[in-house]
Design a protein around this ligand. Structure first.
Ligand code: RM4
Ligand code: MN
Ligand code: MN
Length: 430
């Protein structure tokens, strides 16, 4: 039986106060869209079917390498994190899955954890392995690399950890393994570029061999950090070459913060899709690098352009289109629940706007080299305020019209501050 964390009555009461205004806004937007031949209810239906996973590690306060400032009532284990993720989904109705990270989310009984999540209305998304930190009692250190380490026993340990993650994921009902390695160098000459990649590919192939038939291995590239001179899977080029070498179940995962500033990420999306290698997304925003800021907070237009390519890809599936959408953020100064509510909204908004693009007009302008009208086809969709569509879809699914208002009214964090044990100060992500 599902036992959602917040009172449905409270959400209902708050919605009742907003429903009339929402109906007016929705009707007005419906009339406007109808003039362009768009059926607002059809768009609402697509938005209602859209979802994005939330990261278990994003439920707690993140930190920088300098400091972490915990908030009272933040979750400290996977059970509490699931509860908070259930709050996000109950209000937003767009985040029904959680992406777990191991060993951070380790428990002794994964079947029970799956049931616990289901009872909160949640399922599990891609499992993430962690070979970028050492764990207490670990035999080999990852200080100088994991899957690409020069030390065979270290590579083996990293392979075994990834295989264990697949096993855990099977029990949780996942079907993707996301592999991001921190492997790389801080000094020119520290490692041989080619031999490091050879070792990575050899180890990754052992992980790949352990994938169940219906699983995918998502390779996540990242230009820098923790290695600041070079990383082994530094960019989408290295990622797609590795995925091609590993086989059809290996795909590329694009994290929006993992590129050099100003890189045309929407074009990367189109390229990866062209070769059947677009496996997934980590949504966040950034100003300088892998800032892990809230989705849409810095560059919402880029997020829209990414979704424009994703909708285009969905319409032209070529070899298939099934990317795993996940949020990957670090909430250093906000309540993580609020950040994820706001991010999920920003992501769904960009998806909805991309659905509004007049594809025929866009394609005709492209074919006719009418640059301005091609651009205007995108601009017209981008400037539409789609929030009534999202709010209506949410409300009809039992969510809140005003997600942040309802969250604050629920006093969830204050209540949890009385129940949960306090987190000590520290540094790092979790
Ligand atoms: C990395 C990368 C991975 C995430 C870790 C915590 O920068 O984005 O996806 O698992 O951070
Ligand atoms: Mn990521
Ligand atoms: Mn990252």
């Amino acid at each position: 039986m599902t036992n959602l964390p917040l009172s449905a009555d409270l959400i209902g009461e708050l919605n009742a106060r907003e429903a009339e205004a929402l109906d007016e806004d929705y009707a007005a937007l419906g009339r406007k869209l109808a003039r362009s031949g768009i059926d607002i209810d059809a768009v609402k239906g697509r938005v209602a079917a859209f979802s994005v996973a939330v990261p278990s590690w994003g439920a707690g306060r993140g930190g920088t390498r300098f400091a972490k400032f915990p908030i009272a009532g933040e979750p400290t284990n996977i059970h509490e994190k699931l509860e908070d993720c259930a709050v996000i989904n109950q209000l937003s109705r767009v985040t029904p899955r959680v992406s777990p990270h191991f060993p951070w989310d380790q428990v002794s009984d994964y079947a029970a954890l799956r049931e616990e999540a289901a009872s909160l209305g949640l399922g599990f998304d891609a499992v993430n392995s962690n070979t970028f930190q050492d764990q207490p009692g670990q035999a080999q250190t990852y200080a100088t690399g994991s899957l690409s380490s020069t030390v065979e026993a270290t590579r083996q340990q990293a392979v075994e950890h990834n295989i264990e993650c697949i096993e855990i994921g099977r029990q949780l009902g996942s079907r993707d393994l996301t592999v991001w390695v921190g492997d790389g160098t801080n000094f020119p000459g520290q490692q041989d570029f080619a031999r490091s990649l050879d070792r990575y590919l050899d180890a990754a192939a052992q992980v790949y061999a352990a994938l169940p038939d219906d699983w995918r291995m998502l390779l996540e590239h990242k230009m820098f950090e923790p290695a600041f001179y070079s990383t082994v899977i530094s960019d989408w080029g290295s990622s797609v070459l590795a995925a091609q070498e590993l086989g059809p179940k290996a795909k590329c995962l694009v994290d929006l913060g993992h590129h050099a500033p100003n890189v045309n990420i929407e074009q990367i999306v189109a390229r990866l899709h062209r070769f059947g290698k677009l496996g997934g997304f980590h949504f966040n925003d950034s100003k300088y690098g892998d800032d892990d800021l809230d989705s849409g907070s810095i560059n919402p237009h880029q997020l829209f352009l990414v979704f424009n390519e994703l909708v285009e890809a969905e319409l032209n599936p070529r070899g298939g289109f099934d990317p795993a959408y996940m949020i990957d953020q670090s909430h250093n100064v906000t309540d993580p629940i609020e950040s994820m509510l706001s991010s999920a909204e920003a992501i769904a908004q960009c998806y909805a706007k991309a659905l509004l693009v007049d594809r025929d007009a866009l394609h005709a302008a492209q074919e006719g080299n009418d640059t301005m009208m091609a651009f205007q086809a995108l601009r017209r969709a981008y400037t539409v305020d789609v929030s009534p569509i999202l709010a209506k879809a949410r409300m009809e699914a039992g969510g809140a019209i005003d997600v942040l208002g309802a969250y604050r009214a629920s006093q969830w964090r204050t209540r949890k501050a009385q129940e949960r044990k306090a987190v000590g100060p520290g540094a790092g992500i979790v």
